[in-house]
Write a protein that binds this ligand. Structure first.
Ligand SMILES: Nc1ncnc2c1ncn2[C@@H]1O[C@H](COP(=O)(O)OP(=O)(O)OP(=O)(O)O)[C@@H](O)[C@H]1O
Ligand SMILES: [Mg+2]
Length: 274
């Protein structure tokens, strides 16, 4: 479903005296149709940058990205994106925000009102459908953004730390709801999900594979296959097998971070004197 080949992103300097920023160095991985893949890595390692490139919202400096066999060279419609911050339009009600992709894709709203209701009930926002985003908490806005990403039933869902602002209990509930959605019980077909998170337990609970990124410039440090049984439940987190996965991933992130520091501190070879 998704293929990334040697993807690189160099941001130009922000000012005349600034330096360019190499955010993503050389990222290669693929995601199979119907797979749930999480990406974890330290802050600033280029995860959000990768999401924007995957969604066709940002140019790639080098390399290639394919979705459904097509090279990504602009925004595509069979994708739902949940950004790190909710990005709702403040002059539209919650319901109108959820229906926004249909307006953009020129699809009839009426055919999707039932789905909008279903999604808003699922995330506990039906009673707030006529309110403006400003009266919602950050977590509620993020849940509305999740409904917006799902309204047109995309086969690919890309989520950039979607539940970071939620309390632990709601987050766990949303994780389990997301797994149901992914499994296709809700939408009638299985989705492919790329999920960015800072939470290792969340990544283990949800994913078929967890990709660990190195510190900036982001590259794939390692990939863990999570062979835990499905359907997954919250209780699974207390199993020894689950905790072993979480421990291994955490220590791998530590190793990658230390390697990056060591590389920065390695003295550059001095020029030979002639
Ligand atoms: N528009 C931009 N111009 C220049 N540099 C940028 C721009 N956007 C991001 N960066 C830089 O690129 C690097 C990667 O940023 P990005 O937001 O992709 O990281 P991230 O892994 O999502 O971090 P976090 O986990 O904190 O969300 C950072 O050093 C950031 O400062
Ligand atoms: Mg980010």
């Amino acid at each position: 479903m998704i293929e990334l080949h040697h993807v690189r992103k160099l941001y130009p300097p922000r000012s005349r005296h600034g330096q360019p920023v190499l955010a993503v160095a050389d990222v290669t991985f693929d995601v199979a149709r119907g797979e749930f893949v999480s990406i974890v890595g330290p802050s600033g390692c280029g995860k959000s940058t990768l999401v924007k490139m995957l969604a066709g919202l940002m140019d790639i400096t080098a390399g290639e990205i394919y979705v459904n066999g097509q090279p990504v060279c602009g925004p595509h419609s069979d994708i739902g994106i949940v950004f790190q911050t909710p990005t709702l339009l403040k002059w539209r009600s919650v319901l109108d925000n959820v229906l926004l992709p249909l307006d953009i894709l020129r699809k009839p709203r009426l055919a999707f009102t039932e789905r909008a209701e279903e999604l808003l009930r699922l995330v506990g926002l039906w009673d707030f459908r006529n309110d403006y985003p400003s009266v919602l908490s950050g977590g509620m806005q993020q849940r509305a953004a999740l409904c917006r990403a799902l309204i047109h039933d995309p086969s690919l869902l890309v989520m950039d730390e979607p539940f970071g602002a939620l309390d632990a209990f709601t987050r766990e509930e949303m994780n389990l709801e997301l797994l149901k959605l992914w499994a296709g019980r809700e939408a009638g077909r299985q989705k492919t999900i790329v999920f960015i998170t800072h939470s290792i337990p969340e990544a283990v609970l949800l994913s078929d594979r967890v990709i660990v990124f190195s510190p900036r410039p982001g590259t794939v440090d390692s990939i863990f296959e999570i062979n835990l049984p499905r359907p997954r439940t919250a209780d699974l987190q207390y199993s020894e097998q689950f905790q072993a996965y979480a421990r291994n991933i955490r220590s791998r992130i530590g190793v990658a971070a230390n390697a990056a520091v060591a590389q920065q501190n390695t003295p550059r070879p001095t020029r030979a004197l002639v």
